[in-house]
Design a protein around this ligand. Structure first.
Ligand code: ZN
Ligand code: MN
Length: 143
């Protein structure tokens, strides 16, 4: 996991460079995404922000997440059931392990995938832009 404080600072820097206002509400969304504990969905971010910003709407949270995604500062993980989850701690392709019971998502700590990307590029002649690798299982809390 990247240092959440460093991620927070670099997301804020990117917002400034692109002339986006640093409202307290926006910074609260950035703060949650810089850590991305459990890979929250928009509803979860909204819920976490409610106690500090009770007037902030779900739509505003959504717009802020989309802004950060458009700046390349958040990785969106879409699923066939329509539930999108977000990672602003590591906003680039990396493997995930997903619990099919409680829907927890964690980042396994592996280096092997970097080599795999190079191998796939060699084997196919593709210039690889990104990848998606999800492992589905049952977490220790749910076994
Ligand atoms: Zn679980
Ligand atoms: Mn992740």
């Amino acid at each position: 996991m990247a240092d959440p404080d460093e991620r927070f600072d670099s997301i804020v820097k990117k917002l400034k460079e692109n002339n986006h206002k640093l409202t307290p509400q926006r910074l609260a969304v950035v703060k949650i995404l810089a850590t991305s504990k459990g890979h929250p969905n928009v509803e979860k971010i909204y819920e976490l922000i409610q106690k500090d910003f009770p007037t902030m709407s779900l739509a505003t949270v959504y717009r802020n997440v989309m802004l950060l995604k458009s700046l390349g500062e958040v990785l969106e993980l879409g699923f066939p059931d329509g539930s999108n989850r977000y990672d602003g701690n590591k906003p680039y392709s990396h493997p995930h392990v997903i619990c099919v019971k409680c829907k927890k998502i964690i980042d396994p700590d592996l280096d092997t995938l970097k080599d795999m990307t190079a191998e796939v590029a060699d084997e196919t002649g593709f210039k690889i832009l990104m990848h998606r690798l999800d492992f589905f299982g049952i977490c220790q809390d749910c076994i």
